[in-house]
Design a protein around this ligand. Structure first.
Ligand SMILES: [Fe+2]
Length: 203
């Protein structure tokens, strides 16, 4: 069995508690859900240490149950770490390197925004703008849950949480208004740091 280290939740940046149109109460409750994913990831990895490998079975077994739910917990961690990290900015059109990528792959900032919003309206949990290293381009991917539907070898640069817990308190069922507020709080400097850190080519 592989070894593991316990991880701790990343701290929330103070600016994320002061968003425009997404309340502090909502963000604080949302952050607690994220902490829950971290705790469950640690718990599941701990339990995997004593799971019976010889009893593995695709219908039901400890290995199966723990690993399926591990993918949910780890997805919840990764998704929310992108989400919280790139909020707290002043939104608007992208700038810098990510603006070039968006213009190249979507035509314009507005076309990118329209496509991501539609993807978010069509998803049951997430919409991501990710760079696919095999295709060499950005695409807006759809997600229904924390662990669906990741694309191998793609790096998320924008993560739009459309689970109801992200907006119901502030917008009830008006998800579209929440998505507009999300765009208004994006921190493009953070996204550009990722483009640079991951060395996404601009060619
Ligand atoms: Fe969430």
């Amino acid at each position: 069995m592989s070894s593991y280290e316990e991880i701790r939740p990343r701290e929330l940046k103070p600016a994320v508690l002061e968003l425009d149109g997404i309340s502090r109460t909502s963000v604080e409750a949302h952050y607690k859900l994220y902490q829950g994913y971290v705790n469950k990831r640690n718990e599941i990895l701990g339990r995997l240490g004593s799971a019976d490998l010889g009893a593995a079975n695709q219908v039901y077994s400890d290995i199966r149950a723990l690993k399926v739910e591990l993918s949910f917990a780890v997805g919840g961690i990764k998704n929310h770490e992108v989400y919280f990290e790139h909020l707290g900015g002043s939104g608007g059109d992208p700038n810098g390197a990510v603006a070039e990528l968006i213009k190249r792959d979507f035509g314009s900032a507005q076309a990118w925004r329209d496509d991501l919003k539609a993807t978010g309206m069509g998803g049951r949990g997430w919409a991501w703008t990710a760079y696919d290293w095999d295709e060499g381009r950005l695409f807006n991917y759809i997600g229904d849950a924390q662990n669906s539907y990741p694309i191998w070898n793609a790096t998320p640069l924008v993560a739009l949480d459309v689970y109801e817990h992200a907006y119901f308190l502030d917008y009830q069922t008006d998800r579209g208004a929440y998505i507009d507020a999300f765009f208004g709080n994006l921190d493009w400097a953070v996204v550009n740091d990722w483009v640079s850190k991951y060395q996404i080519p601009l060619r």
